[in-house]
Ligand binder design. Sequence first.
Ligand SMILES: O=C(O)CCC(=O)C1=CC=C[C@@H](O)[C@@H]1C(=O)O
Ligand SMILES: [Mg+2]
Length: 328
Amino acid sequence: MNYKFEFRPYQRKFKRPLQTSHGIWEIREGIILRLTTDNGKIGFGEIAPIGWFGSETFLEALDYCRNLPNVISDRTIFSIPPNLPACQFGLESAWESATLKTQFKSAFSEDKTPASKSNHSGLLPGGEGALLGRQILWMQGYRTFKWKIGVLPFQRELRILQELVLALQQGTCDPPVSLRLDANGGLSLAEAEEWLKICDQLGGIIEYLEQPLPVTELQAMVGLGPRFSTAIALDESVATLPQMQSVYRQGWRGIYVIKPCIAGSPSELRQFCNSHQIDAVFSSVFETKIGRKMALKLATEIKNSSHRATGFGVDHLLESDKILELLW
Ligand SMILES: O=C(O)CCC(=O)C1=CC=C[C@@H](O)[C@@H]1C(=O)O
Ligand SMILES: [Mg+2]
């Protein structure tokens, strides 16, 4: 089957630059794709790369799109090289929505069913901003939160964490309130041990410590697991499907933070997760509604051995994607 292929690059600003131990992120760049079948069916997809996180760069993805012809075949869509995982996700999603039931009325048709915030984790602002941010997200209905560490000096972050936990522990909640800490691979082994010791003393409110060490330190993270009661989640270490498969082969049976939009082919990801018991948390890459729709659809199709809140509570951090309706 052949499809008319169109693509539109976009930019979305973070309301406040996102600070992680990788650095500062001010503008989210991505590409919206549209496939049109011979009988006029339309499918949208999104390429939302994060080069510094483990996928291809935005420019590599844009270059790939620019080198595709105006008409492409199934064969092209299912033979995208594995070093372009965000392109694999975007094109296969557009194919799926053009050829299967997931028809989009328009590129950004509003999701009528407002997802309850309780099954998403709200990403808190970095540093002291987390304290006010937690109040705002709490009022919006979030009961799972994530906060980035390894950005400020340790003692300062420790003080903020203590205030944050105190505030979260006010009153009882069902399901229980939880807080995730994300180091983005920015800690040393000694710092990770220090953080895990503190987490263990906080009475179970810390759901997990995400990517404490760099991707190169997998065995050290495997070694940390049995020593602390606080769980460890891998994120940068499992950014793409080939990395997930390799980490699984090396014995990781802890939590996998899966970012569908940069992991690669949705069908191959579904296959891998459904043939292995993966304790997965599905996570956003600050994509638009297009990417999110396909990512969350994929999450529902993956027999997930855990039912953890997804990491898609990020909309409040970016300017609206409504403007992107003008792309077409
Ligand atoms: O996973 C979440 O809760 C929200 C998304 C999120 O935290 C991230 C998305 C993309 C890159 C990073 O800044 C960050 C992460 O490391 O998980
Ligand atoms: Mg992370």
